[in-house]
Design a protein around this ligand. Sequence first.
Ligand SMILES: Cc1ncc(COP(=O)(O)O)c(C=O)c1O
Length: 461
Amino acid sequence: MSNDLDTNGNLHGDSSLLSRVLPKSFYEPFISDLTKRRIEDPIRALLPLEDRPGVISLLAGKPNADTFPITSLQFTLRDPLTNEEVPVSLSEDELARSLQYSGSKGVPDLLDWLIGLQEFSHGRKRGEGWDLAFGTGSSDLIYKAVNAILNSGDVALIEAPVYAGVIPMFHAIGAEMLEVGGDQYGIDAKGLRETLENWPTDKPKPKVLYTVPYGCNPTGVTSTLERRLEVLELARKHNFLILEDDPYYYLYFGDAPRPPSYFELERDQPEVGRVIRFDSLSKVLSSGMRIGFISAPQPIIDAVVLHTMNSNLQPPTFTQVLSLRMLKFWGYDKLRAHVDRVAEFYRTKRDVFEGLMHKYLAGLAEWNTPEAGMFFWFKLKLPGSESSGAAADEGDSEAVIRTEALEHGVLALPGTVFHPSGRKTTYVRASFSLLPEDQVEEALRRLREVILRTRGEAAAQ
Ligand SMILES: Cc1ncc(COP(=O)(O)O)c(C=O)c1O
């Protein structure tokens, strides 16, 4: 059963909000042809009935867990408040469950816990017109949501520069990617407004806007509240859905109070149900466990789960049971304490990196200080790139970064890979998450030499 329906199939929750929730029929034109052709896996569709009290199931071809060789599982968990390492083990039942098939949407008690997390973090109450599904990392869910909505030829607005990992997803569908630029305050809502207001009358309007609102990968920028509200207003006015990809939400370390997420903000909008939110615990719990979840209106959740049924059947039960054990052991407050510590860790890393950027790249590069996430996005001052205004991005970091920097033993990403159009840019993305100070220093010293050489200047040190 979906989280927003009671046993009679009715929505429940705050009535003033429910009157603003978009109806199911609203999503019909947003669903892709591929999704409309998908049919349910007849076995998986019946799996939830196995949990009905009194039912004896002869349904699924589940292997007998007694034959599995793993007999127990213990691990230690660092307490975020005391730093103490606490032993945790799975009970016999939990272990048996973790090693078995489970539903395509996710393990019910984990889904329930995560819905509670969305209430805790974003103030979106259960039953207020949204639901949640678990995925194999947020990438899995972004891929499925993009496929659920877009047909070949549909237009997708993409905040650019953009996380390079999503470009192939839109590309494979044959969607037209229209770049929406930004600055240190986030997405360029004014430019977006102009684009939409001057949209050709004979061309269908964009179906979605993809954005990374906190610590955007690659720019490190967090969109301000004003920008977010403007984008929400544009979504309503020009009828598009917002794909809010937010893996750095819990890595916000800016000095200003954190702006609310789009998912939170839309609760007070005249219409509720345009935001499709992707969360990931990759950056704060483990990237290898692949913990991602989508919070979205029911028809979008249904389309994504149907895709899972048709492809990988389900996200791993093992990961889900293990995550649930950890998360329940902590509770929401301790999870918050943990992520705050992680954010503080990255703030320190950022400060070290930036200090060394000043030492080695002052006058050779320009950047804004990131307030979330794990990247510096900086513009190299290469020959031909120092003009201002509209031509400010002329020049190209690609050869310098891909060839010369690599020959000098530094690996970073040239900015061009973050533009769906593949356009030239003098920007570079450098990650500050992993390296110790001495290695950051050496990397930036080498980069300095490379830039000086490219500029035809002798290395100063
Ligand atoms: C903006 C963005 N979205 C999604 C992802 C993928 O996250 P996950 O590990 O949950 O698939 C990343 C990972 O770097 C990212 O930067």
